[in-house]
Design a protein around this ligand. Sequence first.
Ligand code: OSB
Ligand code: MG
Length: 371
Amino acid sequence: MSIERIELCLLKMFYVHYFETSLGREKEREFILVKVFSEGIIGYGEVVASQAPLYSYETVTTAWHVLRDFFIPLLFEQQLEEPEKFAQAASRYRGHPMARAGLELALWDLKAKKMNLSLSQLYGGIYPKIPAGVSVGIQDSVSDLVHRVEDFRKQGYQRVKLKIKPGWDINICQEMRKQFPNLKLQVDANGAYDRAHMEHLLQLDEFNLLLVEQPFPPFDLWDHSLLQSKMSTDLCLDESIIGFLSTRSAVEMGSCRVINIKVGRVGGIVEARKIHDYCQHQGIPVWCGGMLESGIGRAHNLHLASLPNFKLPHDLSASRRYYAEDIIDPEITLDEEGMIRVPQGPGIGVTPREKMIDGFTLKREIFQPGK
Ligand code: OSB
Ligand code: MG
């Protein structure tokens, strides 16, 4: 009963359409797949760090480094296979949540497969399907944006999230409400504003938004609490929530009324569930954010989103919204009601397409105990 081998693969995949936020425009994504091998079973995890330190300080290179030099040696030295034990032991190292989450996720997949349970069953999930939302980036023109949103509506998405920044905010909300008065709509600034924009941001109250996500930078819980006290629309934090402690600070300070949970950003499922349970107790709804994951990372997100306090539509879209071909079988699709089924097989419940993964792989490294 132990891990015989760990493989890291660096993959590169191209988006079907560029994705632009206040942080910049991207056409492709590099990310790391983690595979853990034990007794003929493979557990899969995805590290959501990307090429550049834009969304967070982690990159594929820093994640590779801390996995290779710290987290993987720790796992082999202490013969850790239980994800909770790994999370506990790994907590001696600070930071690098995306790297540690990728490895922890692979251990959860392995554990669930050995128990012949889906991850959702193992976590105590209750929803067999979850409401799909779509995150729509900044476009070259307002009319391009309207056409894209129209198209996603036709595909069945239950709610739309628009990326905003100064100069692409009030104007696009006005246009959206003209075209789609009843659409479930929310916006995400990825920290593009500062306290001088307080009055400007209050104009967002006019548009009946579900929430406003991360207007100020990650460390600025205080200005979020000042804004939330004046704004009737719920604020939701993404980048500011890096674990349980920042969640509790944000809730106690009144910095937001909703929390976006991303397993990579908070450092794993153990931490994500702790945040989920705390928020449930405090009456703070959560929803599952995304990092434009491959099907492997997105399958993990679906299982997490089946927990009871995940109460709003998620940034979980069909495989086709991100990539021409996904690396899992079956691909993720929407049903007629704009819902996505939580996979039911053991572990992540989808089968990685190894040949396709090989085709997207730029670099690979194999680790074994004692070597
Ligand atoms: O801020 O939620 C974000 C993608 C990459 C980095 C940050 C964010 C996003 C998204 C896309 O909004 C969510 C998805 O569909 O995966
Ligand atoms: Mg966000």
